[in-house]
Design a protein around this ligand. Structure first.
Ligand code: ATP
Ligand code: MG
Length: 457
């Protein structure tokens, strides 16, 4: 590709540049370039922020690439987090804003797709060549307002084309994460793959297994946080990346559901439809739980009076546990996500519970997220019937109005033992439980009533 006209005056919309420079982030990112230039180094805004500005969006994150070496960056700024120094990538805080400043680097062609073996610092040209896609290798200089676009990123962006820089197969083999990034950027830009990029993605899907679980999980999370994750998830299936990365989800395709209740289609279609209902309120754990919540349906399918998936919630939770272990998800988060999945069918029989059991749920720290999962499950079902959800929310609101705080026991365990003349043991637990339930029912309201109650029990 010609690089003749690669450095020219900016094609960017003047008003976007102005509005970006007026934000606190833009203002500080300008000052960083100025400071580096004053110290004698080349420095540019790069990557996502330039892409955003060309799309007429004010970027919320501005990354900076520079000829300054890590030690020069450390000398130039007072608040530098030096953890990425070895890789030439530092976090610098200016004002209240933190920026990622990266020294121009050369691609490490010897890496095996897991860890770059070494980092070679290089020129701006080499730095552009090591970036993944043409649309991610554009540079903007906020002072001179020059635009550096050596791989035709602007033209590709106009066509919303995701195209690897260099030989796609080689670039994937050097870092398999780039496959997931290709899928994410295509969904984010609502775009298309360049034909050679597409062929390489199709042929090399199995390379995804080389990647560490941590990097796979991080990218999966970014995908789930997109405006339209379903678009990316469909691609993961088409490209067979899902089969290699999340086989427990890949098998959901084609698993039939009872036609009367699920006009949306098979289990995979149901999961996709659920993710389409994500809103800003839904955190990443709820999103992950939603993605996996029915994966056990493939294993539990049976045809009785109608299609049934007995015990699919606990089977799904177990499969998810294995998947998240593979993705090196920290144990605490993993167990939370699995807990949500395990309990997602509970709402169906919610009003069969006695009041004290419902009260337990209303004060449960994960109940709101469980409700969100329940809502998303309904939203991903055609026809969607929210009536039970609405009843539970109304009942919960009424309950919390009456009992704003978790019910605190009117007597301590010690007081109970003294009053009843018993020693620690099972009996104390039983009395505590009975007293707690009586308090929830409103039968016991004071310490005195509590004493009478336990003596009577
Ligand atoms: P986002 O809006 O998601 O932050 P971004 O383009 O800024 O998009 P980042 O993941 O923040 O993406 O990466 C910043 C830049 O670093 C990219 O634009 C790209 O040029 C380069 N980059 C990131 N990861 C890779 C990779 N695995 N291989 C090659 N280049 C990469
Ligand atoms: Mg970024």
């Amino acid at each position: 590709m010609s690089t003749l006209n690669s450095q020219h005056t900016l094609p960017l919309d003047q008003s976007i540049i102005d509005s970006t420079l007026r934000t606190s982030h833009g203002e500080h990112a300008y000052l960083i370039v100025e400071k580096l230039n004053d110290a004698g180094f080349d420095a540019w805004w790069v990557g996502g922020c330039v892409r955003d500005m060309l799309l007429k969006k004010t970027p919320d994150d501005i990354d900076i690439a520079t000829s300054a070496l890590p030690e020069d960056i450390v000398k130039t700024f007072s608040h530098v987090d030096e953890r990425g120094k070895e890789w030439g990538s530092l976090h610098v805080t200016v004002g209240k804003e933190t920026f990622h400043i990266t020294t121009f680097r050369e691609d490490d062609a010897a890496s095996d797709g897991r860890h770059p073996k070494s980092v070679l610092f290089g020129t701006r040209e080499q730095d552009a060549a090591r970036r993944d896609f043409t649309v991610n290798a554009m540079y903007f200089h906020p002072i001179t307002r020059k635009f550096y676009d050596p791989y035709g990123g602007e033209a590709d962006l106009l066509e919303r084309l995701i195209r690897f820089i260099g030989d796609p197969a080689l670039r994937i083999k050097h870092d398999a994460l780039r496959m997931l990034r290709a899928v994410r950027f295509r969904a984010m830009l609502d775009g298309q793959y360049h034909p050679e990029t597409y062929i390489a993605l199709q042929e090399l899907a199995s390379y995804i297994e080389v990647l560490s679980g941590t990097r796979r999980l991080l990218e999966l999370e970014k995908i789930l946080l997109l405006d339209n994750p379903a678009r990316a998830l469909e691609d993961l299936w088409d490209l067979r990346l899902l089969e290699y990365m999340l086989p427990e989800l890949a098998v959901c395709k084609g698993v039939p559901q009872p036609a009367d209740y699920h006009h949306e289609g098979d289990v995979w279609e149901h999961l996709l439809l659920c993710t389409k209902a994500f809103t800003d309120e839904h955190g990443i754990d709820v999103r992950l739980a939603t993605l996996f919540h029915d994966c056990g349906k493939a294993k539990t399918f049976s045809l009785k009076d109608r299609i049934r998936f007995d015990h699919h919630a606990s089977v799904s939770a177990n499969l998810t546990r294995h998947a998240l272990q593979r993705l090196q998800c920290p144990a605490k988060r993993r167990e939370k996500i699995c807990w949500l999945i395990e309990h997602h069918m509970m709402m169906g029989s919610f009003f069969d519970m006695p009041d004290e059991r419902k009260a337990h749920w209303y004060h449960h720290p994960l109940f709101l997220e469980l409700l969100q999962l329940f809502w998303l499950d309904i939203a991903g079902t055609d026809p969607a019937d929210f009536s039970l959800y609405e009843r539970i929310v109304a009942d919960r609101n009424a309950f919390l109005d009456a009992h704003p705080l978790p019910i605190k026991l009117l007597l301590t365990g010690e007081e109970i033992m003294n009053i009843l003349g018993i020693s620690p043991g099972e009996k104390v637990g039983e009395v505590i439980k009975a007293l707690h339930e009586a308090q929830i029912r409103g039968e016991v309201r004071s310490k005195k009533e509590a004493r009478i109650f336990i003596e009577r029990e």
